[in-house]
Design a protein around this ligand. Structure first.
Ligand SMILES: [Mn+2]
Length: 328
């Protein structure tokens, strides 16, 4: 990582003002990383500005009491000196995933630096730190803060810990390494309370999100002798329950709690959005390749893409794509 860190040294020395952005439907890892980068840049005497394309989930807001996260799709107006800024893009290297925080800003900012941990070919050129073996972008940003020998504020420590817990499924997903635990231990030493963060991430759901989960589960189709479960999250369900799209997305993980299930598929669509495909698997079943073949990206066991087909056509095609895993 030393070589990439030297590139970051150069990038930071070149500019004074930095926009920080993450992907559409921002999650705890992307948002946590943004807060930690924000705190670091302030300590380094820089002027940071967080701009995302989509709203921050309510449950994350305890880490943004200062309202440092701005949302492009809201009533936000870009600062007049936006062309003086360089941009950090966190937790994705897929330009298609960045949303308006990228499309609106790409011709305005001086230069873009990507920090990410997903597989993919999108950002191999130019300045970036891409560590596909890292559990989370927060794990990479932890090392960046260490590299600059800066102290961790409690806010940064909580944000990083939350991002790591979220992206590792509470320290169980395949990229969870001894390093991940060492980082977590250090963050707890710095004052993070694990149960408090767990409560914020997993135990603050709205009733409507619980109802939405019921609707999603009711669509389940059990395939390949119980080894795969496919489900749907439709626009109608969102209208009926009043829950948000982001609240429905974690349902993709539920089928993998069933004995024998090794693949989970969720076809989903936000009120104003494209049809999206989410895939989760266990073991050697590689869905990152399938996602990339369809213009998306992700990790071996967790990946997705946007579809240009109708909802139902996408559902049928996605099921077919995963059949390769079950041919004997
Ligand atoms: Mn991540």
């Amino acid at each position: 990582m030393q070589e990439e860190l030297s590139k970051l040294d150069i990038f930071l020395a070149k500019y004074d003002k930095f926009v920080i952005s993450t992907h559409e439907s921002p999650d705890w890892d992307g948002l946590g990383g943004e807060i930690a980068m924000f705190e670091l840049l302030k300590k380094l005497g820089k002027k940071p500005l967080i701009i995302n394309s989509d709203a921050t989930p309510d449950t994350f807001l305890f880490l943004d009491l200062e309202h440092d996260i701005h949302v492009m799709n809201g009533s936000y107006t870009l600062p007049a000196d936006i062309t003086d800024y360089a941009q950090f893009v966190l937790d994705t290297n897929d330009y298609d995933n960045i949303g308006s925080a990228y499309t609106v800003l790409k011709n305005k900012v001086r230069e873009v630096f990507i920090i990410d941990h997903h597989e993919g070919e999108y950002a191999r050129a130019g300045s970036n730190i891409i560590k596909a073996e890292a559990s989370s972008v927060c794990e990479i940003i932890y090392h960046i803060i260490q590299h600059y020998k800066e102290h961790f504020t409690l806010r940064a420590a909580q944000a990083l810990y939350a991002g790591i817990v979220f992206d590792t499924g509470s320290f169980v997903y395949p990229k969870t390494s001894p390093e991940t635990f060492l980082i977590a231990a250090h963050l707890v030493e710095l004052g993070v309370t694990p149960f408090f963060i767990h409560e914020q991430i997993y135990e603050q759901n709205a009733l409507s999100s619980f109802e939405l989960r019921g609707h999603i589960l009711a669509t389940m189709e059990v395939l390949h002798d119980g080894k795969m479960i496919a489900m749907k999250l439709t626009q109608e369900m969102l209208k009926e329950t009043g829950a948000t799209f982001t609240e429905g997305e974690p349902a993709i993980n539920l089928p993998l709690t069933v004995k024998g299930v090794v693949a989970s598929l969720l076809i989903k669509q936000d009120i104003h959005g494209p049809v999206k495909v989410s895939m989760r698997t266990k073991g050697d079943l590689d869905v990152a390749t399938i996602a990339m073949e369809n213009g998306g990206g992700g990790h071996k066991n967790a990946a997705g893409y946007k579809s240009k087909l109708s909802f139902e056509e996408t559902y049928q095609q996605a099921k077919k794509n995963l059949e390769v895993f079950f041919k004997s």
